[in-house]
Design a protein around this ligand. Sequence first.
Ligand code: 2NE
Length: 270
Amino acid sequence: VNWIPAGEFTDILYHKAEGIAKITINRPERRNAFRPQTVDEMIEALQNARNDQEIGVIILTGQGDLAFCSGGDQKIRGNAGYDDGKGVNKLNVLDFQRDIRTCPKPVIAMVAGYSIGGGHVLHMLCDLTIAAENAIFGQTGPKVGSFDGGWGASYMARLVGQKKAREIWYLCRQYNAAEALAMGLVNTVVPLDQLEEETVKWCREILANSPMAIRCLKAALNADCDGQAGLQELAGNATMLYYMSEEGQEGRNAFVEKRKPDFSRFPKRP
Ligand code: 2NE
């Protein structure tokens, strides 16, 4: 794939090619741990990919072979969150989690090496995870004085079941790629040197399918777990499709033309 740079950032790399956007956390010296700036940049790149009508799928990955992401940068952790460099402590990764979840385009985690802590939660929240054989998964929160009781806990339990989720969080063990595959944490495991090739293959298969169908399916699968926020997302697609119909447009046209709407020609479907 001939990746073309799509923006200048400090903590991430951002590329596009063939309808795919790729966001790469670029802090390999800290195993791709994120700080508030990293998260702000990922949010900006994801927003750009979401708004780009040429883009149908987004890859989230980490620079190098050693780590996808090792979670929050513990070296700049303040007393109330992660220091943004201006003295404000933040947990803005939660905003990025929501953005991945509500992005109407599939987000695929491409994982080589460690996917740990808040980095593990990020891969879980992606629609799909393609893992290299060297991938290692796990939570560390209870060891380092942290936890993610949001999707990090409840969505994990949806993925791997309640018993396994409790094991992962309570014991803070690490799991290899084969174990992750067996418990449903990842979609497939491939040799490290085939990781991007395989991920792009999955992207191309998605891109060959109906974007509207995929968009609605993502919202529907989210809605099952996400309560009223999930229903809002799903219903937003119904509103969009209705706006796209002649029936919906008749209401708008009538208002703009200062006349009564005439919905009589539209079928009352069974
Ligand atoms: C990731 C892991 C297992 C890798 O181990 P290894 O042996 O391959 O590398 P090493 O030597 O530990 O790490 C290499 C360098 O990266 C830094 C290390 O400190 C080291 O640098 P030096 O000290 O040698 O200069 N590094 C690695 N991870 C870092 C991190 N997260 N923050 C800052 N520096 C980091 C191993 O490194 C590890 O266990 N890392 C810590 C994982 C962790 O506990 N993450 C935080 C979990 S809490 C969280 O993410 C979170 C949350 O729970 C809720 C909300 C938001 C965030």
